[in-house]
Design a protein around this ligand. Structure first.
Ligand code: PLP
Length: 397
């Protein structure tokens, strides 16, 4: 059979010209690239951030049950009420802030959609948005899609806030700021004092804070997560984002949430309803059920992940990889300068091909990678046997 050339216009014979890209700088994400490389090389994938173990069987059973109970059609636009109520209670008990489940909590298709929708709902063309770099890779494209102007402010060498640079970047065109703590990729955690200071900085302004707190339950060594929800100066201006995928070892479910005061939530929902409208029903019922019946589950995460972090760190002692602090998240960063002078992307590619362990270059989280730094990120949300196999290979370094 003759196959037509789809690109050719049968009337004019001319090739169809696709419109100019809305995101000309964007290619395939580093996570996809490194995961594909890891697979093709037979490498252990400590690059992309996802667990290689399963969620609690009780949660899986709850999904099956909710499907059989008939929770298979569209839920309310903002999410299943029982889930929003359970979240309102959880947030209040953890952070001392009560959000109205009816109007101030919205269930999203993962944190990624929550972040994009948050940006689209507050950023007008030409508005500036402060982003602290290195930053999670969805922030800059989200701002660009909204017609906003990203204003990148580099974190300090230890990935802490640079208050002078931040204050200098704040101006009359600043509409919003995106904060991420615990921080991917560095594992750095902002303290309550840091948030207080940010609150003071933003207090004279109407800047909206989009607070990405997807790793809120992965904070170690007795620290407590400081949420924007718990700071009165910030809560009034914040859209607080979290992800059930991170907390319940189910990243593929893509269910997240946003908590924000009424006016911000109303604008968020205007965009949300035409963005996804609703999020899959049985997962929401299952999560509501699980939150009610296992209210302690998230409280076990610090112990659970700290043990993995410590195991991984202990295994890297004595290698040429210098361990950077990991206060939270499931990422461990290492400085590899003593064993290689390759730039970060090349080093990660070399490590994957040569030593069969995939990592992510920190420069992938910056618009312009820092050419002098030599830091790579490993994900330790893995079974002990996976970590041990990776450690055995890394110990050759
Ligand atoms: C900082 C940060 N924000 C957002 C997300 C996206 O979360 P979700 O999978 O729920 O969309 C991730 C996932 O890796 C992340 O690390």
């Amino acid at each position: 059979m003759h196959t037509r050339n789809m690109n050719e216009n049968p009337r004019t014979g001319r090739s169809f010209q696709a419109p100019p890209s809305r995101l000309p700088q964007v290619g395939t994400t580093i996570f996809t690239v490194m995961s594909a490389l890891a697979q093709s090389c037979g490498a252990i994938n400590l690059g992309q951030g996802f667990p290689d173990f399963e969620p609690d069987p009780a949660l899986l059973d709850a999904v099956t049950r909710s499907m059989h109970q008939g929770h298979n059609q569209y839920p309310p636009m903002a999410g299943v009420p029982a889930l929003r109520e359970a979240l309102a209670d959880k947030i209040e008990s953890l952070y001392g802030q009560r959000y109205d489940p009816g109007e101030e909590i919205t269930i999203t298709a993962g944190a990624t959609q929550a972040l994009l929708t948050a940006v689209l709902s507050v950023v007008h063309p030409g508005d500036e948005v402060l982003v602290l770099t290195p930053a999670y890779d969805s922030y800059l494209p989200a701002i660009e899609l909204a017609g906003g102007v990203p204003r990148c402010v580099a974190l300090n060498a230890d990935f802490g806030p640079d208050w002078v640079a931040l204050a200098a970047a704040l101006g009359p065109r600043t509409r919003a700021m995106i904060l991420n703590s615990p921080h991917n990729p560095s594992g750095r955690v902002w303290s309550a004092q840091d948030l207080q200071r940010l609150g003071e900085l933003l207090a004279p302004t109407d800047v909206v804070l989009i607070s990405d707190e997807v790793y809120e339950h992965m904070v170690y060594d007795g620290r407590a997560h400081a949420s924007a929800a718990s700071q009165p100066l910030l809560a009034q201006r914040s859209l607080v984002v979290s992800s059930f995928g991170k907390t319940y070892h189910a990243t593929g479910w893509k269910v997240g949430m946003v908590a924000a005061p009424r006016a911000l939530s109303a604008e968020f929902r205007k965009v949300h309803q035409f963005n996804v409208f609703t999020v899959n029903t049985p997962m929401q019922w299952a999560l509501a059920d699980y939150l009610r019946n296992h209210p302690q589950a998230h409280l076990q995460l610090p112990t659970f992940y700290q043990a993995r972090r410590d195991h991984f760190r202990a295994g890297l002692q004595g290698t040429g990889l210098r361990l950077l602090p990991c206060e939270g998240t499931y990422f461990q960063c290492v400085d590899y300068a003593s064993i290689s002078d390759l730039p970060e992307a090349e080093f990660c590619s070399w490590l994957t091909r040569r030593h069969k362990v995939a990592a992510i270059p920190i420069g992938a989280f910056e618009p312009v990678p820092d050419q002098r730094r030599r830091v790579a990120r490993f994900c330790f949300a893995k079974r002990e046997q996976t970590l041990d196999a990776a450690l055995q290979r890394l110990q050759e370094l």
